[in-house]
Design a protein around this ligand. Structure first.
Ligand code: NI
Ligand code: MN
Length: 228
């Protein structure tokens, strides 16, 4: 599987299929591609915040592919003319060649539109299993002890973990989250997009080593890929 970081919390997973998660490109100063350039077979959106929902509607329409998300957000997206597949926490959807699970996240989740807040359910994380590799994208979240349960049930190989602080856990929480989940690889996300989430990812890598964890931290620049 090839995992490409498209900046912030956006990732493209490529194997026998392509799966795009949280495609916030327009408005992200670090986005390496434009929405129209992204090719995908399916989109997963963890929650309704603009920096996750991002360009999902446009990309779904251009590629003519569905968006998988929590039920309430799927109702909102259906009204935008998108084929939205609503699920809920703990559920797994089997597609040809891959599986998508939504899991808990400790975060808020409303959509903001025309200065109004629209309730779109709860924030989620997702486990994507593609070609036998399991990737845990935590979504925006604080660390929580039940990550241990998520790890026991889903045994992820790779964890995509926010380190930016302010809106999510920072480095200290992210190290604790890795301790609970124990993936083989971890890729930090949700940092350096905006001034309030500035973070040196080298400090995260150092903190993981100092915690004595045998987890390989992969640092990517937006547009770079990790293959496993
Ligand atoms: Ni958020
Ligand atoms: Mn966010």
């Amino acid at each position: 599987m090839k995992i490409t970081w498209l900046g912030h919390a956006a990732f493209l997973l490529e194997g026998s299929r392509k799966i795009l998660i949280d495609p916030f490109l327009t408005g992200n100063p670090n986005a390496p591609v434009k929405p129209a350039e992204v090719k995908t077979d399916l989109i997963v959106v963890t929650h309704g915040h603009g920096d996750h929902l991002g360009d999902a509607v446009e990309i779904a329409k251009v590629n003519d592919v569905p968006v998988v998300c929590i039920h309430e957000l799927s109702r909102y997206l259906s009204k935008k003319g998108v084929e939205a597949v609503g699920m809920n926490l703990g559920g797994t959807a089997n597609f040809r060649g891959f599986r998508i699970t939504l899991v808990n996240a400790l975060h808020s989740a409303d959509v903001e539109e025309d200065d109004e807040l629209i309730s779109t359910g709860q924030a989620a994380g997702t486990i994507v299993e593609l070609d036998g590799v399991r990737v845990y994208h935590t979504g925006d979240t604080d660390v929580f002890l039940d990550m241990q349960l998520i790890a026991e049930i889903h045994n992820p190989d790779v964890m995509l973990v926010p380190i930016g602080d302010w809106y999510t856990m920072g480095i200290k929480g992210a190290v604790k989250a890795l301790e609970l989940v124990k993936p083989r690889y971890a890729i930090p996300m949700h940092y350096n997009t905006f001034p309030v989430i500035e973070q040196d990812p080298e400090n995260f890598k150092k903190a993981v080593e100092e915690a004595g964890l045998t987890i390989e931290v992969i640092l990517l620049h937006p547009g770079e890929s990790f293959e496993l």
